[in-house]
Design a protein around this ligand. Structure first.
Ligand code: C2E
Ligand code: MG
Ligand code: MG
Ligand code: MG
Length: 285
């Protein structure tokens, strides 16, 4: 009895775990060739102005159209790409593709600026010359630098003496916007951030999820967001709220004075053509 039980529980070969590990390894080693084969796509999620409900910009979100596994979301492969360095060529592809798209929208609607916000992993700053890449891509695509925003996480910029700080300063001087992504999930040192060339805070979706509803009669998060927005404004930063899923949340954010919002209430991340429709532009390919 005991033996059979033990045997069942402590098998050395756990097929499920082994399959998982193999998938991980296969995904990891498949990343670089997949970049070369062009298996990645960008989806775009609108950034909506809370004042007038207009589309101010979009965030580019990468997907891997895997030949065997189908469409993979970034959580499946971005950590692997950061681990093995494939994030550098992948990140370059994302940046170039996003900037090309942004330029197309800019040409189609010259009077309606559409900001392109692109996620950047810390390794892109450390292991590659991000500033040179951005400069080259902006020149090649002819996108005005002011229409590009880079999203970095708090951990990527906190304590960023040396290289990352230098990179941020150079990008800022070029006119590129810098946003702190998922703000509030890390070491939120706003005093320190305000000394960096940061232009926007993107409040993590967990804040909005904690807004008042039937289950949360004491909305600590709403008070915190209100204080953060006021402080950010006084420091000259604009604020974007992530993860807005309901009209009620959007209205509260608007009342608080938050600048822009992003979330399923407005739109999921969608293909470029849907954004083009949303902008009401007729764009030639
Ligand atoms: P993120 O930059 O914080 O992007 C927002 C994520 O929240 C996206 O997930 C988006 O689809 C999701 N989201 C948007 N609205 C809502 C909402 O109302 N409710 C909920 N629950 N979720 C919402 P996604 O596309 O799966 O991306 C996950 C993360 O992967 C991103 O988080 C970002 O950190 C990373 N990522 C995506 N694309 C890239 C990229 O090109 N480069 C790098 N380095 N990282 C990327
Ligand atoms: Mg982001
Ligand atoms: Mg985010
Ligand atoms: Mg987030």
């Amino acid at each position: 009895w005991a033996k059979a039980d033990g045997k069942a529980r402590f098998t050395l070969f756990d097929p499920e775990r082994n399959a998982h590990r193999m998938t991980r390894q296969a995904l990891s080693s498949g990343l670089r060739p997949a970049v070369e084969r062009g298996e990645f796509q960008l989806a775009y999620q609108p950034l909506v102005g809370l004042g007038d409900g207009s589309v101010r910009g979009v965030e580019a979100l990468v997907r891997w159209c895997h030949p065997r596994l189908g469409l993979l979301t970034p959580n499946r492969f971005i950590p692997l790409a950061e681990e093995n360095g494939a994030i550098v060529p992948l990140g370059r592809w994302v940046l170039r593709t996003a900037c090309r798209q942004a330029r197309t929208w800019q040409l189609a609607r010259p009077d309606t600026p559409v900001l392109m916000s692109v996620n950047v992993a810390v390794r892109q700053v450390w292991d590659s010359d991000l500033v040179a890449d951005v400069a080259e891509i902006l020149q090649e695509t002819r996108l005005p630098p002011g229409l590009l925003q880079l999203e970095l996480t708090e951990s990527a910029v906190m304590g960023s003496a040396g290289r990352p700080l230098q990179a941020l300063q150079e990008l800022h001087e070029m006119g590129v916007g810098i946003a702190i992504d998922d703000f509030g999930t890390g070491y939120s040192n706003l005093a320190y951030l305000s000394r960096l060339p940061v232009t926007t805070l993107k409040l993590d979706g967990s804040f909005v999820r904690g807004f008042r509803d039937a289950e949360h009669p004491n909305p600590a998060d709403e008070t915190i967001v209100e204080a953060l927005v006021h402080l950010a404004h006084q420091l000259g930063l604009s604020v974007t709220a992530e993860g807005v899923e309901s009209k009620d949340q959007a209205q509260r954010l608007r009342a608080i004075g938050c600048d822009t919002a992003q979330g399923w209430f407005y739109s999921r991340a969608v293909p470029a053509e849907r954004i083009t429709e949303l902008l009401g532009a007729s764009v030639r390919a």
